[in-house]
Design a protein around this ligand. Sequence first.
Ligand code: BV8
Length: 222
Amino acid sequence: MRIAVLTGAGISAESGIRTFRASNGLWEDHCIEDVASVEGFMRDPVLVHRFYNMRRADAARAQPNAAHKALARLAQHHELTLITQNVDDLHERGGSDDVIHMHGSLLGALCAECGHRWPAPLAMRSLDLCPNCGKPQTRPDIVWFGEVPHHLERIFNAVEQAQLFAAIGTSGQVYPAAGLARHARRAGVRTIEMNMANTVIGRDFHEKRSGPASQVVPEWVA
Ligand code: BV8
């Protein structure tokens, strides 16, 4: 069966990685505009690098959980397109490959001047020079608010052509990712949501499985 899966921060929560909008979420002590926008980066690159260096270190310490590993098993029996909003590499370390990181990755560095990409060091500094053009315009390879997410055509095609679309651990508040369930449903694709709580996109799903991802996802994959 062709399956498209979209994951959000909730799938990594039990690995100890903070989500965005829960209590003690990242957006509680960081203003989105200051740390996840181009304007914020231009205004204070040191603050933005500190924010992503902290998250890169947290992700390096975290381990994939049973939900990440279950999705890797799913790919052995079905034609799976795994789309994630997450910037950690826990899907890859949990055994998945060809993961579509639509909001970028903590492991990547990008030159704001020439567009060159290279593997990010654990701690980035605002005056790091681009290895390609030599300019001090190094930024995290992250899709910030107002920037176009990666691989959208591939993502929408996979969702339209799937027989099943599952959203796991996302609050459904950030577009265009949050619109994928409705897009799937309009294309006649069966949709399922796995989350600990109700979300603003709940009505877009035929089925809901409530509970922590590390329990609900392995049960679904089994
Ligand atoms: C774009 C950077 C143009 C990476 C992020 C008004 C209306 C509609 C849209 C807009 C609007 N104004 C502006 C927009 C567009 C904007 C947007 O959607 N804004 C929102 C806030 C209104 N979107 C953009 O700017 C995007 N770009 O639109 O470009 C365009 C588009 C298409 C074509 C051409 C042009 C860019 C969006 C990317 C922004 N970057 N972050 C980073 O730092 O990580 S977004 C950020 O939110 C993260 O990427 C994150 O992945 C994403 C979504 O959050 P979630 O993953 O859902 O996490 P959250 O904490 O919210 O929820 C966690 C969920 O898990 C909860 O439901 C919880 O119950 C659950 N959970 C917790 N624990 C568990 C669990 N579930 C299961 N088990 C558990 N244990």
